[in-house]
Design a binder for this molecule. Sequence first.
Ligand code: ATP
Ligand code: DP6
Length: 445
Amino acid sequence: MAHKKNGEKESKKWVLMATARSPTNIAVIKYWGKRDETLILPVNGSISVTLEPSHLSATTTVAVSPSFDRDRMWLNGKEILLSGGRYQSCLREIRRRAEDVKDEERGICIKREDWEGLHVHIASFNNFPTAAGLASSAAGFACLGNVTLFMCSFCPCKLMNVKEETTELSSIARQGSGSACRSLYGGFVKWAMGNKEDGSDSIAVQLANETHWEDLVILIAVVCSRQKETSSTTGMRESVETSSLLQYRSQVVVPRRLIQMEEAIQKRDFPSFAKLTCADSNQFHSVCLDTSPPIFYMNDTSHRHVQLCFLIYCIYVHGEIRLIIGLVERWNQFEGTPQVAYTYDAGPNAVLIAPNRKVARLLLQRMLFYFPPPSEKELDSYVLGDTSILQEAGLHSRKDIEALLPQQKLKQMLHPKSILEISTILYARDQAVVQFCLVVMIKLC
Ligand SMILES: Nc1ncnc2c1ncn2[C@@H]1O[C@H](COP(=O)(O)OP(=O)(O)OP(=O)(O)O)[C@@H](O)[C@H]1O
Ligand SMILES: C[C@@](O)(CCOP(=O)(O)OP(=O)(O)O)CC(=O)O
């Protein structure tokens, strides 16, 4: 055990702590389905973009002390059970790799073999909605999704002085939550599905670092921050069991898309990147619909709000999801080449990617025109994150938004087929019932 100069009683008093912050990531080629539930091995590879941690990240502190009698964890201030297999796998893997730790100043010396008998207390906070389909569990189980269990493994690693390469760490994180393994790197990351039964080749690798495609701007429309009804883990299990589309997707479609996406990223080819991103998000949600019973992640919000009796709100939220996709699709179609990409994880929140600040300004103007802040909300609590684009777009107050006119080009896009949809949006705008926040992030982590 740890040895302190003042004897056994004193030695019970020490506490060692370490804190780490981890970003979330958003998949542009989605991971959906496991071939091994325990080791968390996917049925296909995936590619993601790691987000700037100041806006979407999990911060985890781990403490270890001989006075702790069991492992405990608090998530966003609330104690949660650590008995789940994933948390246990992570802690076991980390303890297995732990090494001697010496803190001479405080007289602490922990031998390798001592770690088995020591307990940890873990406290983690997400600076964004938990389990709402935003983090790919990556930042929190990622963080979002879970991406978050990765935190549990990362922190203790630091604390236990684990001398592992990042690839090893990514394998530990993966066993917490699949998407979490991609959050160990910035920039663009690929999680290779691997073929080995023990999962040793199912690891994340960085495709391009955070400076490779700096012009990209990511804007997240938070339609709903409530916890979704079907977790990603349950949802993908049901898809594997029942969806034949998933089999086709994982065996035929994704392998091809991974190659095309890697190429698009290397060449900074935004049109190809956008086409692949939108198509893959749409196919992922089609797989969810092809699951029995079907999973409606994009509609989840409406079900919850009906239960909570926010009926009007839910109707418009329900509408928005399709409207955001419609808005982007029409814009892209009108320009003849993709201007903006959209992607949705297992939830209704839209992740929109613009190729540069100029397009991002236009996108923000359009979004705010169609979905202005509700009357009781000020602009600075409606648009969060790096708001410099807001300033560049000349949007300083509610008045500036009210003065926005639909851009000329958008007017021209109003051919008869889309009139109905646009007038629904305008109706929503007039009613001011649409409430959601925009998070603008301009730098990839
Ligand atoms: N900071 C965190 N530390 C540890 N575990 C976390 C953390 N944040 C979230 N989790 C775990 O992840 C679960 C949420 O995962 P889930 O996959 O359902 O949602 P998500 O990650 O927000 O969405 P998605 O994976 O679709 O992006 C939580 O219930 C919790 O168990
Ligand atoms: C839709 C997704 O966000 C699914 C993420 O799933 P999780 O990583 O949360 O699942 P588990 O491995 O069961 O924890 C797509 C993605 O991030 O690739």
